[in-house]
Design a binder for this molecule. Sequence first.
Ligand code: GLN
Length: 202
Amino acid sequence: MRKEGGKHITVGVLALQGSFLEHKKMIERLGCESLEVRKVNELGKIDALIIPGGESTTMNHHLALGDFRSVLVDKINSGFPVYGTCAGAILLAKTIDGKENKNGLAVMDIDISRNAYGSQMDSFEEIIKIVIDGEILNVPAVYIRAPKINSVGSGVEILSKNQEGEIVMARQGKMLVTTFHPELTHDKSVHSYFLERVIQTL
Ligand code: GLN
């Protein structure tokens, strides 16, 4: 995929910890370049960033080193496209259980609860419906110790609710979150949406 002027789009995947390789493969399957991002200066080489699932506390710890967190927050606040899955969604949320997300990036107007499905439901899969421009897509969603989005601000668009009525995919400007892991399935819909509708549009 190319941006205006013919240059290829490069999507970074935060590779400090978690399921970054699967995102990388998905991006490459969709014809984009990808870059594993481990250092703050690598943020300058990418057009968008995916924050994968994993352990949000561990990722926060790495981001706290040097100026990684503040540079990333400034970039996102200036319109840099970012997609957070699961732990990535936790990093992006402004609040966790109603409290300021002090250790995270705290950029997106959502409230989230970590590990919200308890031990019995640590991992499960379901088919969800995503509505994009009136078209309904049935997408397999894998949840692993998943968070729950409790509420969203007025600037946030809800893109999917699951069968229980829980918000599982949402967007605010160029920030996209899913509480599930599309990179662990063969379905490319969510990554295509990020590439074509979030990164490419104003
Ligand atoms: N439970 C993890 C956390 O709170 C998120 C799980 C995941 O990303 N699959 O960071």
